[in-house]
Design a protein around this ligand. Structure first.
Ligand SMILES: Cc1cc2nc3c(=O)[nH]c(=O)nc-3n(C[C@H](O)[C@H](O)[C@H](O)COP(=O)(O)O)c2cc1C
Length: 419
């Protein structure tokens, strides 16, 4: 077994002199157990023959957007999705420009636009073509769009010049592919798009779900407050996913810079105390998901007027503990939701803290994540979580927060159904 065993690579071969190196790339990938499907541009076929490529991939070569036979056997959309990663090698100046600008006038460019997987491009071209501001602009656009780029390297060019533009060596591309595949390569659709409204058929149809999201603000005086870095992205995503699964969702949100999700009743609060009142008022519910990063402390007494500087040094802030929303709801005697889920955002000993939290709060599940600044999770778009229940720990790969939400909602629906 290698990290590439069983991985599906869709290889788009562009019309550059480096296409001969792509033949070696195919061999290296297949040696490592990857399945390679190749699409070639018309120009690529001027440099290497489709027969060579087919012999090395062990599959036919795809080169025609308008082939009725191909569309019947494996349409261009299916071809573009039936892969774990799309690799463009060599990525010609022309292919980079097309992808940066969304052109789709042949099979290769259409596949690149239609795919739902990450694209890794290995540019190869003459150094003037590479250094041309137009190419540099296109590459910057592609990077910003999330396209991965490997190379090019400095070296001797086929045209006799020396400089940047040589395609990365096959083994460098193999390493870049391996590292790209260590993460989830699926590109999620924008929230709320692509999923047919689940309505009466959804996994949570007829269920009520209450979700908290975002930080809380605890006033120090009328102009200052204690807060934290929670963005609310994960909590809002869970509310959206529950609504998409057919649930009646109440979202109780601290101050965030996010739009209210559609199809969800959103109530805005500021403090932990207000959040707790709003959650209590939203019950009964089948599921309560406490995603909000609730401030642990508030001022014993917030200043009625702005605290002024210069009154004998810095003021001492007297703090008292805020109510524990998760534990309060989990321990309710009446109207306790059937499933109470807490989040544990920790910066160290994540699983230890999560197990302790599960035991002390009386909830049914802790979703634990490491929010150390190096992870970029707080405020970022991805999350790496561990589901901690009394039955054990389930660690998920790094996923887009919307995907975390969808999978979590599916899991909660299963647990609810299992009783
Ligand atoms: C001999 C020769 C070598 C070429 N080498 C490259 C190259 O290395 N990189 C590149 O971007 N274009 C190169 N081109 C130009 C491309 O083949 C041309 O832009 C073509 O339209 C690209 O088509 P494609 O992007 O659909 O594959 C070369 C052209 C010729 C005639």
């Amino acid at each position: 077994m290698t990290p590439l065993s069983g991985k599906r690579i869709l290889l788009v071969i562009g019309g550059g002199i480096a296409a001969y190196k792509t033949l070696d790339l195919i061999r290296r990938l297949r040696e490592r157990g990857a399945r390679v499907r190749a699409a070639m541009t018309g120009a690529a076929a001027e440099f290497v023959t489709p027969l060579s490529v087919a012999s090395l991939t062990g599959d036919r070569v795809y080169d025609n957007l308008f082939s009725l036979t191909d569309e019947a056997e494996m349409g261009h959309i299916e071809l573009s999705r039936d892969a774990d990663l799309v690799v463009v090698a060599p990525a010609t100046a022309d292919l980079l420009a097309k992808l940066a600008h969304g052109h789709a006038n042949d099979l290769a460019s259409t596949l690149l636009l239609a795919t739902d997987k990450k694209v890794l491009a290995a540019p190869a071209m003459n150094l003037r073509m590479w250094l041309n501001p137009a190419t540099q602009r296109n590459v910057a656009t592609l990077r910003a769009d999330g396209v991965l780029i490997v190379g090019p390297n400095d070296g001797d060019m086929a045209c006799g010049e020396y400089g940047p533009g040589r395609m990365a060596e096959p083994m460098e591309i193999v390493a870049a592919i391996t590292s790209a595949l260590e993460r989830d390569t699926t590109i999620a659709l924008p929230p709320g798009i692509g999923a047919r409204p689940a309505g009466a058929n959804g996994a949570l149809a007829g269920k009520r779900v209450v979700v908290t999201s975002g930080p809380t603000y605890e006033p120090i005086d009328p102009v200052r407050y204690i807060a934290n870095r929670s963005s609310g992205k994960q909590g809002h995503a869970i509310a959206r996913a529950a609504a998409a699964a057919g649930a009646d969702v109440a979202l109780i949100s601290g101050p965030v810079n996010l739009p209210d999700p559609s199809g969800v009743r959103t109530q805005h609060v500021e403090t932990a105390q207000d959040m707790l009142s709003a959650v209590n008022a939203a019950l009964p519910a089948d599921i309560f998901v406490a995603t909000a990063a609730v401030a642990d402390w508030r001022m014993a007494e917030a200043g009625a007027a702005k605290i002024k500087k210069g009154n004998g040094g810095a003021p001492t802030l007297h703090l008292v503990e805020n109510p524990d929303i998760l534990a309060t709801i989990a321990r309710r005697n009446d109207n306790r939701p059937k499933l109470v889920i807490g989040f544990a955002a920790e910066t160290n000993d994540v699983l230890e803290h999560a197990k302790k939290k599960l035991a002390t709060k009386g909830c049914d599940m802790i979703v634990a994540n490491d929010v150390s600044p190096s992870t970029g999770i707080m405020g970022g778009d991805t999350n790496t979580i561990h589901i901690v229940t009394r039955g054990g720990i389930d660690s998920w790969p790094t996923l887009d927060k919307d995907e975390v939400a969808r999978r979590l909602v599916a899991r909660l629906a299963e647990e609810l159904a299992a009783g």
